[in-house]
Design a binder for this molecule. Structure first.
Ligand code: ZN
Ligand code: ZN
Length: 256
């Protein structure tokens, strides 16, 4: 009897540090290393022993600051060659580099599979699919849960794979809130906001993406990386829930 219990745990989300723990039975995958090993351990405790892989999206500190801590504790980290270079990681750290669309089959347990594709940010960035499989009645492996993690991008014009069951999706800022915050402000803030607009996902684009891609296969959507200044968690959640309702789905919406 295998334990296929699935869950997503938010360890950190936003510009102060991103890290998510995805668990399926005794397989665990960490997404991003923007939270220290110690703080992650505090949150997931003995589950840390089940972590097969840490997937790093890109080199920014809020996603990769603590990569070395995890590597030093023997956790396999996966990232693009660009990110590895930008982080200055040497070969002897044993980092796995991944090209887009390449599949990683975990050596210890064939039940998890990871692949990725490039997404647009202001540095090289990857979105990850994390697949967990189970044996069906014909004793064949079939996908049970498939998580797609998309963060730090201004462009989600692509469509997702139809068998995706869980989304962890950036919803960074609302243009109206950001615009209101800019009234009477000058220089630094305006420059910062221009950078955010060129690098992060707005509420409108996020909702357009959900409108196109939400199907009854998607059990949960976790809206993540909300801006501390330019977001409104309740508004973002209710906008997403309106799409769920309009489509007659039962997808659960969470704010990370
Ligand atoms: Zn970020
Ligand atoms: Zn970033």
């Amino acid at each position: 009897m295998t334990d296929n219990q699935f869950s997503i745990t938010v360890i950190g989300s936003g510009s102060s540090g991103n890290c998510y723990y995805v668990k399926y039975g005794t397989n665990g995958v960490l997404l991003d290393a923007g939270i220290s090993y110690k703080d992650t351990l505090k949150k997931i405790k003995s589950e840390m022993l089940n972590v097969d892989m840490l997937c790093v999206t890109h080199s920014h500190g809020d996603h990769a600051k603590y990569v070395k801590e995890y590597l030093q504790r023997g956790i396999k980290c996966i990232m693009s060659a660009d990110t590895k270079y930008e982080l200055g990681l040497k070969d002897d750290y044993g980092v796995l580099t991944i090209n887009s669309c390449e599949c990683i089959v975990d050596r210890r347990c064939l039940e998890s599979r990871i692949y990725c594709f490039p997404i647009k940010h202001d540095v090289p960035n990857l979105a990850y699919y994390i697949c967990f499989t189970k044996l069906n009645s014909l004793k064949q492996l079939e996908i049970d849960k498939k998580v797609l993690y998309i963060t730090d991008t201004y462009d989600v014009s692509f469509d997702i794979e139809k068998d995706t069951t869980h989304l962890i999706l950036e919803c960074n800022y609302d243009e109206a809130i950001m615009h209101a915050n800019e009234v009477g402000k000058n220089g630094y803030l305006l420059k910062l906001n221009e950078r955010i607009r060129r690098a992060h996902l707005s509420l409108d684009k996020c909702m357009d993406f959900l409108n196109r891609n939400l199907t009854d296969n998607i059990e949960e959507v976790w809206l993540c990386h909300l801006s501390s200044q330019n977001s409104d968690a309740e508004l973002f959640k209710s906008k997403a829930e309106q799409i769920v309702a309009k489509k007659g789905l039962s997808t659960k919406i969470y704010i990370a």
